[in-house]
Design a protein around this ligand. Structure first.
Ligand SMILES: CC(C)(COP(=O)(O)OP(=O)(O)OC[C@H]1O[C@@H](n2cnc3c(N)ncnc32)[C@H](O)[C@@H]1OP(=O)(O)O)[C@@H](O)C(=O)NCCC(=O)NCCS
Length: 333
């Protein structure tokens, strides 16, 4: 006799219940950073849109930021912390390779013994982790998930690195995901192009650092290469995410692209022909680029500033080191 094993299945749909956010305590102005990179406040504003970026004090870790954002999302969700059985933290800046940030966050927010793991998909990390939470809940593997994007990029910044140092900030954004009566997280369009792995990332390995062959590894990028890729290729990905959700740009209430550069954001808006009515996230101006945290941080802020967006559709797209990308349409809580 052939034995069959039981299989799980979950609800047909999921949705985002609530957002939480935490930013680094300090608002660091351009003038504080321009000296070592021979730049200026004017150049940074014109080329990136950044006026200040949030950076955490030395005693605040990425895990602290992740915990604060996750705790706020859970408190606002109406779900008890002990009902959360999955915690995913998307990050590239955990200062320890193991244990994960997610296991510590799960314990700190009262969700021990939730399944917990970190995901590294750089600036697309939040869209990747949201895709996983949605799929795992619909498969019946988890019931309620906390998805966090959390970074303390100031730990991996070389203040003399002209290609990127002035862009980066610290923060965490989080959501609670659970069952829904109607579809509220659209199909994820995602992928990678490892042939461009050298375009953005760390400038050395930890073993090179250990062996004295390199300084403390920090981030660097080929800015114009990444810029062109973002503007040409990511617009196609954004369009595919709209198509996959069965909607058009004019159905959107909000557009939340990864906060990498205001010029990239404006170019997306133009190429997607977003109508005036679509509210565009421009959190980069005061937060900077916070990699995996940037999309949930920007959305949290949009919902604070425009509560009328609640129930509307948002297109989000993340892209970065790998290179990797991910996009989906979500219903805002
Ligand atoms: C990094 C970035 C802001 C640079 O802007 P850019 O317009 O591409 O600038 P370029 O590198 O082409 O340089 C243009 C000029 O500014 C100068 N420049 C470059 N970096 C500078 C800086 N930090 N400060 C002042 N001047 C700078 C260059 O030397 C060049 O001068 P020149 O015209 O006299 O030769 C931009 O390329 C970018 O945002 N890239 C994408 C980032 C991104 O999406 N990352 C995703 C992963 S997180």
């Amino acid at each position: 006799m052939t034995l069959t094993i039981q299989q799980t299945s979950g609800p047909a749909y999921t949705r985002i219940y609530a957002y939480g956010a935490a930013r680094g305590e300090n608002a660091v102005p351009n003038d504080d950073l321009v000296g070592p990179i021979d730049s200026s406040d004017e150049w940074i504003r014109q080329r990136t849109g950044i006026v200040t970026r949030s950076r955490a004090v030395p005693t605040t870790s990425a895990t602290d930021l992740a915990t604060a954002a996750a705790a706020e999302a859970v408190a606002r969700s109406g779900i008890e912390a002990d009902q959360i059985d999955l915690v995913i933290v998307a990050t590239i800046s955990n200062s320890r390779q193991t244990p994960s940030m997610s296991a510590i966050v799960a314990d700190r927010i009262g969700s021990n013994p939730a399944a917990a793991y970190d995901a590294n998909a750089a600036c697309a990390g939040f869209t990747y982790a949201l895709a996983q939470a949605d799929a795992l809940i619909r498969a019946g593997v988890a019931h309620y998930a906390v998805v966090v994007g959390a970074e303390k990029l100031s730990d991996v910044v070389d203040p003399t690195e002209r290609s990127i140092s002035f862009l980066l900030g610290d923060g965490a954004g989080a959501v609670v995901v659970g069952p829904s009566d109607t579809p509220a997280i659209g199909p994820t369009v995602w992928g990678s192009d490892g042939s461009k792995a050298d375009a953005v990332g760390m400038n050395a390995t930890l073993t090179e650092f250990r062996d004295g062959e390199a300084a403390w590894p920090t981030l660097r990028q080929e800015g114009p290469t990444v810029f062109r890729w973002a503007v040409w290729e990511m617009v196609k990905v954004a369009r595919r995410a709209l198509e996959a959700a069965g909607i058009s740009a004019s159905d959107l209430a909000a557009f939340v692209p990864h906060q990498a550069n205001l010029r990239i954001i404006d170019e997306f808006a133009k190429q997607l022909r977003l109508p005036e009515s679509v509210i565009i996230a421009r959190d980069i101006e005061t937060t900077g680029n916070t990699s995996a945290a940037s999309i949930p941080l920007a959305t949290h802020r949009l919902l604070e500033e425009h509560p009328e967006l609640s129930g509307g559709l948002a297109l989000q797209i993340g892209f970065g080191a790998g290179l990797v990308f991910g996009a989906q349409v979500v219903v805002l809580p």
